[in-house]
Design a protein around this ligand. Structure first.
Ligand code: RRO
Length: 318
């Protein structure tokens, strides 16, 4: 009988029992909801994006389901880092073996620096610098859209935080490879690609946008080819050294395999929880494992970047 494939991977200083992580923005408001995701099979959890001060978020409606995914305009609702600390501590007490990646949302370099310093004292393995929220004027994409913004935010967090620093990039920038290189210069240990994409839905009968904020962030199946292409751009550039975490529309094990083959070392899954339930993390892990067995691979790590090696087209199976 064939041995089971090795599923462990290492990403930017964080060891994962398998490559499927809970993405920010879904099931991560409380310790209890993050524990549900781990019970559903997540190898690690990324928290909701947390700011220095409490934020109420945007008025309703903030969420709408589309045929090919979802639109949200939550507006970074969160209790602020001081209050959120108890959720992290509670999670850590219950699940000490599961890595926590704290997503940080700042609106200035100074805020990012303060958030990095605050995170240092928390029981988290890594932070994820949110450079890519599409729903706000000042933070998020305002940093991610140009390399200088990426560099200064990552650098600011890096100054205060001694463990893993992941940079969550946006596709809304002229050149994602330049953004990634700026993140590396700022001290990022890993790159996460991508956040949601700016989108809008209009109610034709009301003749107005469905979301109260007008535009929102588009996630789910519909964005998968675009997210995958961004991972591909990063991995094929030959200019980026940090490991890549793929994110965007991953719903099945084969979706995850595509991201690994494009060069991602791990994947983040969020919207698929709505499609397949909270057990989606186990389902995706098992589907990856079944694929590896079927195709005779010995580990998840072995397929990372495989499609890049086979491109331009080499005869498969020769
Ligand atoms: O809270 C949000 O509106 C939000 C954030 Br911080 C983000 O990074 N991405 C997104 O789609 N929504």
């Amino acid at each position: 009988m064939m041995e089971r494939p090795v599923m462990e991977v290492e990403v930017g200083g964080v060891w994962l029992s398998h490559p499927v992580i809970l993405a920010s923005g879904v099931l991560n408001e409380t310790a209890a909801s993050m524990m549900r995701a781990v019970e559903g099979g997540a190898a690690a959890v990324v928290t909701k994006s947390i700011s220095l001060a409490e934020r109420e978020g945007h008025p309703n409606p903030t969420f709408v389901e589309l045929r090919t995914g979802y639109l949200n305009s939550m507006g970074v609702p969160n209790p602020g880092i001081e209050h959120y600390t108890k959720e992290i501590e509670r999670f850590r007490e219950e699940m000490p073996q599961v890595p926590v990646i704290l997503s940080l949302y700042g609106e200035s370099v100074e805020e990012f620096e303060e958030l990095g310093r605050a995170a240092r004292t928390l029981p988290v393995e890594a932070v994820e610098v949110n450079l890519s929220c599409p729903n706000v004027e000042e933070g998020g994409i305002a940093f991610g859209k140009d390399p200088d913004g990426v560099y200064s935010a990552v650098r600011a967090v890096r100054r205060g935080f001694p463990r893993g620093v992941w940079a969550k990039l946006t596709a809304h920038c002229p050149d994602i490879v330049e953004a990634a290189k700026a993140a590396e210069r700022g001290g990022a240990d890993a790159l996460v690609a991508i956040n949601t994409l700016k989108g809008i839905a209009i109610d034709p009968y009301l003749a107005m946008p469905v979301l109260a904020s007008g535009t929102g962030g588009y996630s789910g199946e519909g964005i998968k080819p675009l997210a995958l292409e961004k991972v591909w751009e990063l991995a094929s550039s030959g200019e980026v050294e940090a490991p890549i975490v793929g994110s965007g529309g991953i719903t099945t094990g084969l979706d995850a395999v595509e991201f690994l083959m494009a060069g991602a070392a791990a994947v983040e899954v969020g919207s698929a929880v709505r499609r397949r339930g909270v057990g989606v993390f186990s389902q995706i892990r098992e589907e990856i494992e079944a694929f590896l067995v079927e195709e005779g691979y010995g580990s998840a790590g072995e397929i990372v970047g495989l499609a890049l090696e086979r491109y331009p087209h080499e005869e498969v199976g020769e």
